[in-house]
Design a protein around this ligand. Structure first.
Ligand SMILES: Cc1cc2nc3c(=O)[nH]c(=O)nc-3n(C[C@H](O)[C@H](O)[C@H](O)COP(=O)(O)OP(=O)(O)OC[C@H]3O[C@@H](n4cnc5c(N)ncnc54)[C@H](O)[C@@H]3O)c2cc1C
Ligand SMILES: *[C@@H]1O[C@H](CO)[C@@H](O)[C@H](O)[C@H]1NC(C)=O
Ligand SMILES: *[C@@H]1O[C@H](CO)[C@@H](O)[C@H](O)[C@H]1NC(C)=O
Ligand SMILES: *[C@@H]1O[C@H](CO)[C@@H](O)[C@H](O)[C@H]1NC(C)=O
Ligand SMILES: *[C@@H]1O[C@H](CO)[C@@H](O)[C@H](O)[C@H]1NC(C)=O
Ligand SMILES: *[C@@H]1O[C@H](CO)[C@@H](O)[C@H](O)[C@H]1NC(C)=O
Length: 626
């Protein structure tokens, strides 16, 4: 008796403390730095906040941090801390290429259960039934802790299409520019430190905030990969002049450019979405539930989302939202969480005995995943960044480590960095069928169809280098899907990437392959190119049919999947959220992350997700202020 009432008092005290921590609206007192330990939620205790953000990733942490400046906020994140759980693999820029082996696409990828969701696809019919591992980060910072750091933005024309599909001018490039500027801080290149006088460039500084912008750091690597300078020369010779403004001002197609990286230039360490959290955690009352998975969103009878059932390990409890719940769990888990919570295609929900809260046929549909493949050629002993980083020579290892640790310089600071975009030239589109030509013709004139990425990697002999030139199909017409295999978030989502199921993508893939061969055959590469094409080999793969078979057997994703909870206009049956991320058919629930893009934009998406997070947070706060 005594024991249980003591327990009860303790519990009430704990709940009261937690409640106070969760509420920062009352106090007028200037806030002092709080104890770091008071920033983390109590596992097992129910608690209430103004806003709950599910998923502490690229978009979610931007939203949560901005909301936390004005209201009480909890972040629910299934993972932990990338710099602990993935060691320096997620910290040292060059390790993005050499130190995160588990992002591999084959099903024999080395597992890293602390930070990867371990997702694999169903057998994909368009590529001969291959099963693919799709790395997705499970950690505070989300995929910004695993990605390849490139920072760029989509084109003005593709933003027009986003605005058109969403029915909202807010998504035009110019209207999004303030959010792009607000989310990142760009440090100009350090030309003295940069080792390559043959890799200079100009860029449009006005695309970034002057001075301090947002918490995420963007900078130009102080060390340039020699192999990248040769690929740069080749693409420039073959029809991709170097942009004078860079790739953050809304133009990509027809140009190539050095792109900056999401790297803090002072230490040359990866800068992630966690920078948002680190910025607010000491000066607001934000509460983070890490190692905590959202299992279900709960609704009241008026279909207002009121709470989230969560689990820290196997301890289940309930976190309630006075105002709203925002789902930012990424392209695969956001639609899964909606479905298990009763929001999705009615037939799917019913087949798993999930009560239907809102019948939204678009949830999990419309998946768009850019497809990529590469051709390999010998580059003799051309030095490369990955060659230095993986060198077996103790002298080289000691020297690059010293450069990095003492001067934040050298090969460990660098990740590729030269990108090219275009619509395929006329000579390579002659073979397109009418439908393919019409689909590609429907894209805005500034919308690149393909991207080229060149890289030099060690050839395995210890001294040689292989050059890889990748082509990316930027506007996938093949559609995939995400669905559920049960009513539980503890089971994995069922992922079909759709690759090459649309003949237009097959035709574009074949033409792109030929374009890659043309660029690799450039006279500009002649001084470093050695021997005949290595993979697939000119003799082995010649005809269109052979090329198609090659790309089917060897193509990959570049982890840029989108559009499984597409944004659209009210009345559009396939739309899941409106232009402010509000889920149709329910109240108090938004989605904001890669899943809401109504169309896959031609870019690398992390910068767009930061800007989207800023934009949705502003929508929420404006609405709440009304
Ligand atoms: C290997 C790789 C390389 C890439 N390279 C680049 C690049 O160079 N440049 C670029 O711009 N983009 C790149 N990308 C893509 C880009 O990083 C992602 O598209 C983007 O970060 C996704 O943002 P998001 O907010 O949609 O999701 P995420 O950042 O993935 O965030 C989702 C978060 O939700 C959490 N979560 C999921 N389910 C639950 C649940 N039930 N409960 C609690 N938490 C949950 C996850 O753990 C995760 O932290 C790359 C991606 C990868 C994987
Ligand atoms: C990263 O960690 C590994 C193993 O702990 C170590 O060998 C390596 O030197 C570290 N890299 C840097 C740049 O500190
Ligand atoms: C550019 O300069 C670097 C460093 O001197 C060199 O290694 C590389 O080969 C040069 N690239 C070209 C294309 O000349
Ligand atoms: C937590 O909330 C859930 C759902 O409202 C409720 O069933 C449970 O009893 C609560 N737990 C405590 C300790 O109050
Ligand atoms: C393609 O279009 C052209 C002209 O628009 C037409 O003559 C031709 O028959 C069409 N081909 C097919 C296969 O539809
Ligand atoms: C490579 O270029 C040479 C001329 O520079 C040309 O003769 C040859 O046909 C080209 N090969 C390919 C595969 O394009």
């Amino acid at each position: 008796m005594v024991r249980s009432s003591t327990f009860h008092i303790l519990l009430c005290w704990a709940l009261a403390v937690n409640f106070t921590l969760g509420d920062n609206t009352g106090s007028k007192k200037p806030r002092r730095t709080r104890l770091r330990s008071s920033a983390w939620g109590f596992p097992g205790q129910n608690a209430t906040f103004d806003y709950i953000v599910v998923g502490g990733g690229n978009t979610g942490l931007a939203i949560a941090a901005r909301l936390a400046e004005k209201a009480s906020v909890a972040v629910i994140e299934a993972g932990g801390f990338h710099d602990q759980d993935n060691s320096n693999g997620s910290v040292v820029p060059a390790y993005a290429l050499t130190g995160i082996p588990f992002v591999a696409v084959g099903t024999d990828y080395p597992r890293q259960p602390l930070i990867d969701w371990d997702l694999t696809t169903v057998p994909l019919p368009g590529v001969g039934g291959r099963v693919i591992h799709y790395a997705q980060a499970k950690t505070l910072g989300g995929c910004t802790t695993l990605n390849t750091l490139s920072y760029l933005r989509a084109t003005k024309g593709s933003h027009e299409e986003w605005a058109r599909l969403a029915g909202d001018r807010a998504y035009s490039f110019d209207n999004m520019l303030p959010y792009f500027r607000r989310s990142v801080t760009l440090t100009p290149p350090d030309w003295k430190k940069r080792n390559a006088p043959n890799a200079t460039f100009t860029y449009d500084a006005s695309a970034f905030a002057s001075g301090k912008g947002g918490p995420v750091q963007v900078s130009f690597n102080p060390w340039v990969d020699p192999a990248a300078t040769w690929f740069a020369k080749a693409v420039q010779t073959e029809g991709f002049p170097m942009s004078t403004e860079g790739f953050s001002s809304g133009t990509l197609s027809g140009f190539s450019s050095w792109v900056p990286l999401t790297v803090d230039p002072v230490l040359s360490e990866r800068s992630t979405a966690r920078a948002y959290l680190e910025d607010v955690i000491l000066r607001t009352q934000i509460i983070v539930y890490h190692q905590t998975q959202a299992l279900k969103v709960n609704f009241d009878p008026s279909k207002k989302a009121t709470s989230v059932t969560v689990a820290t390990r196997d301890l289940e409890y309930t976190l309630s939202a006075r105002k709203e719940i925002i789902i930012s769990a990424g392209v695969f888990h956001s639609p899964q969480l909606l479905m298990v919570s009763g929001v999705g295609p009615a037939a799917t929900l019913q087949s798993h005995s999930i009560p239907v809260i809102a019948d939204l046929p678009g949830v999990g549909q419309n998946l768009q995943d850019p497809f990529t493949f590469s051709i390999a050629t010998g580059l003799g002993s051309l030095p490369t960044g990955t060659g230095y980083v993986t060198s077996s020579s103790p002298e080289i290892q000691a020297s690059i480590l010293r450069d990095y640790l003492e001067d934040a310089a050298g090969p460990l600071t660098s990740v590729g960095g030269y990108l090219s975009f275009e619509k395929l030239p006329k000579r390579w589109r002659q073979g397109f069928g009418n439908r393919t030509a019409a689909l590609l013709g429907s894209l805005h004139e500034d919308w690149p169809e393909i991207e080229l990425i060149g890289a030099g990697v060690p050839d395995g002999t210890g001294s040689g280098t292989t050059g890889l030139l990748a082509g990316v199909l930027l506007r996938p017409f093949s559609l995939g899907s995400v669905t559920i295999s049960s009513a539980s978030m503890l089971d994995k989502p069922v992922i079909d990437l759709g690759w090459l199921t649309d003949p237009a993508d097959q035709e574009l893939a074949v033409a792109t392959f030929k374009r890659l061969r043309e660029v690799l055959n450039s006279t500009a590469l002649a001084p470093v190119r050695v021997g005949p094409e290595l993979v697939p080999g000119f003799e082995a793969v010649r005809t269109d049919q052979e090329i198609l078979e090659f790309v089917k057997a060897n193509g990959n994703h570049i982890w840029h999947a989108s559009s499984t909870c597409s944004m659209g206009k009210k009345g559009d049956k396939s739309a899941v959220v409106d232009s402010r991320g509000r889920v149709f058919g329910v109240k108090g629930l938004r989605v904001a992350d890669m899943s809401v893009l109504p169309v896959n934009l031609p870019n690398h998406p992390q910068g767009t997700m930061y800007a989207l997070g800023e934009k949705i947070a502003e929508d929420i706060l404006r609405g709440a202020d009304k």
